[in-house]
Design a protein around this ligand. Structure first.
Ligand SMILES: *[C@@H]1O[C@H](CO)[C@@H](O)[C@H](O)[C@H]1NC(C)=O
Ligand SMILES: *[C@@H]1O[C@H](CO)[C@@H](O)[C@H](O)[C@H]1NC(C)=O
Length: 223
C-alpha cells in the first residue's frame, strides 16, 4: 500500500479532486499519497493518470533509496554487507542520468530464500508490479534452458527477447537464476548486452539491469 501510494502520488492527488473517487482510497493511503505528492514538482498529466492504473515504463522514475534500504534491512536480516552493496549499486546507477553500460549484479553464496528475496525486492522497487511486471524478466536455467541440444535456439530466442524488451522499456530488469547451471553458450549470448556499447543495432542497453544469481558450491553438495 505504501509503495502504491508513493508511485501514484501525483495521480492520487488529482483523483482527490473528483469527490466520488475518494471513497475508493483508504484514508491511510490517501494520507501517504498527499505527503508524497507535495514533494513532487506538481506536474500532473494524463500520463500520470494512465500510469496509475496501467503499467508504464518510466525510465526516469527515481529509486526510493530509503524504502529499498528499509526493505532490504527488514527482510535480509543480518546481511549488512549485501544490503550495502546492492543499495549502493542501485542508487548509483539510477541516479546516473547517462550510464555507460547496463548495471550487472552478481549475487551468490546465499541460501535460496535470501537470493529470491533480493531479486523480488529489487524488482518491486524498480517496477511497481515486481516479478509480475512486463518489464521484469526472470529466467531459471533448468526451467527455461533445459536441453543442451537446443542451445542455439535458446541463444537466438534470448537475444531477440532482450532486444525486444529493452526496445520497449530501456529500464527493463533481467534476472537469471541458477547461473551455476546455465550453459556457457547462453552466457555468451548475454555478454554483448552487458558491455560498454553506446548501442547495438539502434538499441541502447545502458539503462537495463541484469541480476545473476548463483548457488554456492557448498550448498549444492549439501542439498
Ligand atoms: C520513500 O520511502 C519512504 C519509506 O517507505 C517513504 O516514507 C517516502 O515517502 C518515500 N519517498 C518518496 C519520494 O516517495
Ligand atoms: C520479452 O521477454 C519475454 C520473456 O520474458 C518474451 O516472452 C517476450 O517475447 C519478449 N518481448 C519482446 C518484445 O521481445
Amino acid at each position: 500500500m505504501l509503495r502504491a501510494g508513493r508511485l501514484g502520488g501525483a495521480c492520487a492527488l488529482r483523483l482527490l479532486l473528483a469527490a466520488h473517487t475518494v471513497a475508493a482510497f483508504e484514508p491511510i493511503s490517501v494520507g501517504i499519497a498527499i505527503g508524497a505528492a507535495s514533494a513532487l514538482t506538481g506536474y500532473l498529466s494524463y500520463t500520470d493518470l494512465y500510469c496509475r492504473f496501467a503499467e508504464c515504463c518510466r525510465e526516469e522514475q527515481p529509486l526510493n533509496a530509503s524504502a529499498l534500504k528499509q526493505e532490504l534491512e527488514e527482510k535480509l536480516f543480518g546481511q549488512h554487507l549485501a544490503t550495502e552493496v546492492i543499495l549502493k549499486a542501485l542508487t548509483g546507477f539510477k541516479n546516473n542520468k547517462n550510464p555507460k553500460k547496463p548495471l550487472t549484479l552478481s549475487l551468490h553464496g546465499w541460501a535460496g530464500t535470501g537470493k529470491n528475496f533480493v531479486s523480488q525486492i529489487v524488482a518491486e522497487n524498480l517496477h511497481r508490479k515486481g516479478l509480475k511486471s512486463n518489464f521484469v524478466h526472470l529466467f531459471v536455467s533448468t526451467l527455461h534452458f533445459p536441453h543442451e541440444q537446443q542451445i542455439k535456439l535458446y541463444q537466438d530466442q534470448l537475444q531477440s527477447w532482450i532486444r525486444g524488451n529493452v526496445s520497449a522499456c530501456a529500464s527493463s530488469l533481467f534476472i537469471f537464476d541458477e547461473m551455476d547451471k546455465l550453459h556457457p553458450g547462453i552466457i555468451d549470448a548475454i555478454k554483448p548486452f552487458l558491455d560498454y556499447y553506446e548501442q547495438i543495432d539502434g538499441v541502447s542497453y545502458r539503462k537495463a539491469i541484469f541480476i545473476f544469481l548463483r548457488q554456492e558450491e557448498r550448498e549444492k553438495t549439501s542439498s
